[in-house]
Design a protein around this ligand. Structure first.
Ligand SMILES: Cc1cc2nc3c(=O)[nH]c(=O)nc-3n(C[C@H](O)[C@H](O)[C@H](O)COP(=O)(O)OP(=O)(O)OC[C@H]3O[C@@H](n4cnc5c(N)ncnc54)[C@H](O)[C@@H]3O)c2cc1C
Length: 320
């Protein structure tokens, strides 16, 4: 079969890789300029910062095997941060130790390694999918209607974006896409002239507006100005998702300064509209066998990088 995958995040790429191994021809369409989706890194001449996924863990044997392949290629490495927890105005340490992995040299390196052997069409925002005479056709914002016809289509994109493509289609996948509610996340990247005087590399913040702060330079193979990443929590982010970026930045810089006594020399803000899922569906994936139409992504499988990778991997097994 010739299968179109929409979205080159970790779910779309794991699905594509597995379909290719099964002997299918696979074409991946991605709206951005690069692959990795929410496993991404912002890079400038002076600094870099992972501003989506911060690290990932591995529990399922299939995903552990993938992590081992990445480790062998040096596309990921273990990150051993000193972690703190801030709650009830007190700093404590977590009780459990986890193996935390990050892409190297950047968070997107793991996705890039999967993409290397695949046919990826970046800057292709799919706006319309149509099923006619048992074949699929796609239209993109940048290139209009594509000449190729496909035997199957897989949507490896967040639920609200899948809803848009499915809304006029008669398929049970509509109900699935409509039932997931995704939440935003305001994210800040803060540059400092010097290292901060704090006793941790990263911290879970369980009160106030923030949820996580991390010293990006504490990750393996990172370089550039001392840079900290700040995530606002999903409740505050969702309530304030339409704030002007400058207003959100003022609030979050203040919240960071209250915790660390440090103020950045420079800052960059990013609004994720679809960062996490309020109600993870735990369906693993969605499949309309009559139309050969599939859905995969973190929101169908417990959230997070491992869930996304497994969602794509397990959906691909349906085409064996
Ligand atoms: C702020 C933040 C912090 C996080 N922290 C962690 C963490 O610490 N640990 C962890 O495990 N997970 C974390 N996550 C979650 C993790 O990043 C995701 O679970 C995972 O990356 C999702 O992968 P995905 O392939 O399902 O979706 P995505 O990565 O969102 O990939 C979807 C892709 O589809 C593309 N796309 C969308 N619509 C279209 C279209 N119409 N046409 C073409 N392309 C399209 C997008 O550009 C994107 O590249 C975090 C996420 C965020 C945002």
């Amino acid at each position: 079969m010739h299968i179109a995958i929409i979205g080159a995040g970790i779910a779309g790429l794991s699905c594509a890789q597995e379909l290719k191994l099964a002997g299918h021809r696979v074409s991946v369409f991605e709206k951005s300029r690069g692959v990795a989706g929410r496993m991404c890194t912002r890079k400038t001449a002076e600094w870099e910062c992972d501003h989506g996924a911060q690290y990932f863990t591995a529990r399922d044997p299939a995903f552990i095997a993938q992590v081992d392949r990445w480790l062998a290629e040096e596309a990921v490495a273990l990150w051993n941060p000193t972690i703190a927890i801030y709650q009830d105005k007190q700093w404590t340490k977590p009780h459990t130790e986890l193996n935390r992995y990050v892409g190297t040299p950047h968070m997107n390196s793991a996705a890039k390694s999967l993409a290397a052997s695949l046919s990826i069409h970046t800057e292709h925002t799919v706006e319309r999918i149509e099923f006619n005479e048992q074949r699929w056709s796609l239209s993109t914002k940048e290139h209009g209607a594509l000449a190729d016809r496909f035997d199957a289509v897989i949507l490896a994109i967040p639920a609200p974006q899948a809803q848009q493509l499915l809304q006029e289609m008669d398929t049970p996948l509509n109900v699935i896409a409509n039932s997931a509610q995704m939440l935003g996340c305001w994210t800040m990247m803060l540059n400092f002239a010097d290292k901060l005087n704090v006793s941790f590399d990263a911290a879970f913040i369980n009160q106030g507006k923030l949820s996580w702060i991390a010293n990006n330079n504490s990750k393996p193979q990172r370089s550039g100005l001392p840079t900290w990443l700040v995530h606002a929590n999903s409740a505050w982010s969702q309530e304030n998702i339409e704030l002007e970026p400058a207003e959100a930045a003022d609030v979050l810089i203040e919240a960071f300064a209250e915790l660390t006594n440090a103020r950045p020399v420079n800052h960059t803000i990013h609004r994720w509209r679809y960062a996490s899922t309020l109600n993870n569906l735990d369906l693993e994936f969605g499949m309309d066998s009559d139309k050969r139409l599939g859905l995969c992504g973190d929101w169908l499988n417990g959230g997070r990088v491992e869930g996304a990778w497994l969602s794509g991997y397990k959906l691909a097994q349906q085409f064996r």
